[in-house]
Ligand binder design. Structure first.
Ligand SMILES: Nc1ncnc2c1ncn2[C@@H]1O[C@H](COP(=O)(O)OP(=O)(O)O)[C@@H](O)[C@H]1O
Ligand SMILES: [Mg+2]
Length: 355
């Protein structure tokens, strides 16, 4: 997977000269506030983004052309990230489960969509026939609550699994309410684990060790990390094959991302050479505002093709579904939010398939 800078537009060398367009920077175009203020809100908004095809200046009427009708160029549809949207096939069904891929949702900032993404990506993967285990690895327990569990009525949680040798995975796993998706719940007890684990042998590998028996019965294990880069998060990264980084499409979204990347690199070097950044997910996107589009543009400049083509738009349906204690894919099954997470599931599966 490329983590480099985004490719320059394919038209940059071949066409820019011919177009003779004044003031056209060769690479990425950042619209100035003055020029963009006039840009329309609505469906034309994508035209401001960097990968716009410079088709207009390039196609002068061909006077000498014979009588053949003008050839219509196929329209390349730009996705919300400003790049051409790839075709994402429906994932093929699986006949047997196992050899789970373990993925952490990680960002030390709170409120960026980690828990929402864990629930809804998980539920979408389960809709596509994958067997999914969600791991609530945040003492806040939002993932468990978001799936309708009462934090005070939990018998056993991931805390017991981590610290009590006689507790096994099957003792702690509960159904999530979504067919094909199970949950390892957590509550505030987990906050004590961070301190207690410090004295354990191989403390960074504790989660990996307790999850090992689940690998053969699930296709995907998604770990919802807490908003910090402490020992619990290091445990999640050590247990994972990949990391998905949800980033709220707000001005300060990129702050702190360098530190997150350093942590991921350190875990890869010292503890888990398998670990890769699966993708960066833009959440709470509002494509109607210039601000939203500019943040998205900066995300793509900084992370290139690591940024998922799928973005999650801002909608109150997500908080409504949390209150209802179920994923948006069942709470508002035909909403755009539900469709976006189904699309993310397809994109994630196609990345794994290509890997
Ligand atoms: N795309 C979205 N649009 C609007 N609200 C969202 C969206 N994604 C998440 N939220 C809401 O934002 C809040 C924080 O999201 P959450 O997933 O809990 O973030 P994190 O786990 O990173 O702290 C929650 O109230 C959630 O319902
Ligand atoms: Mg959370």
């Amino acid at each position: 997977m490329s983590e480099g800078i985004p490719p320059s537009p394919t038209t940059a060398s071949g066409a820019a000269g011919a177009s003779g367009a004044p003031q056209m920077p060769p690479r990425v175009v950042i619209p100035s506030p003055a020029s963009s203020a006039a840009a329309g809100q609505g469906p034309q908004e994508a035209s401001m983004l960097p990968f716009e095809r410079a088709s207009a200046p390039e196609s002068p009427p061909a006077p000498s052309a014979p009588s053949a009708p003008p050839v219509q160029e196929p329209v390349v549809e730009l996705g919300p990230t400003g790049r051409p949207m790839p075709f994402l096939p429906d994932p093929p069904p699986v006949s047997e489960h196992g050899a789970a891929r373990v993925v952490s949702m990680c960002n030390q900032k709170g409120g960026v969509g980690k828990t929402t993404t864990t629930i809804n990506l998980g539920a979408s993967l389960a809709e596509f026939g994958r067997k999914v285990l969600l791991v609530d690895f945040d003492p806040q327990g939002s993932l468990s609550v978001g799936l309708g569990l009462n934090p005070h009525e939990m018998d056993l949680t991931i805390y017991n699994l981590l610290l009590e040798p006689d507790v096994s995975l099957e003792d702690v796993v509960v159904p999530s309410g979504v067919p094909g998706m199970d949950l390892l719940p957590s509550n505030i007890d987990l906050s004590a684990a961070e301190v207690q684990l410090v004295n354990e042998v191989a403390r960074e590998q504790t989660l990996q060790r307790v999850l090992a028996p689940a690998l053969s019965s699930y296709d995907v294990i998604l770990i919802d990390c807490q908003p910090s880069l402490g020992l619990l998060t290091v445990n999640a990264l050590t247990a994972s094959d990949g990391v998905i980084v949800p980033l709220e499409c707000e001005y300060f979204a990129l702050r702190g991302v360098a530190l997150l990347k350093t942590t991921i690199d350190k875990v890869r070097e010292r503890l888990n050479p398998r670990l890769e950044i699966e993708g960066v997910l833009g959440t709470m996107f509002d494509g109607r505002t210039l601000h939203g589009r500019e943040v998205m543009e900066r995300l793509v400049q900084a992370w290139g093709d690591t940024v998922f083509h799928t973005v999650i738009r801002r909608t109150v349906k997500f908080s409504d579904s949390t209150v209802a204690g179920e994923p948006i894919t069942t709470y508002a099954s035909s909403s755009t939010g539900a469709d976006s997470y189904r699309q993310l599931a397809k994109e994630v599966l196609s990345r794994w398939h290509d890997a």
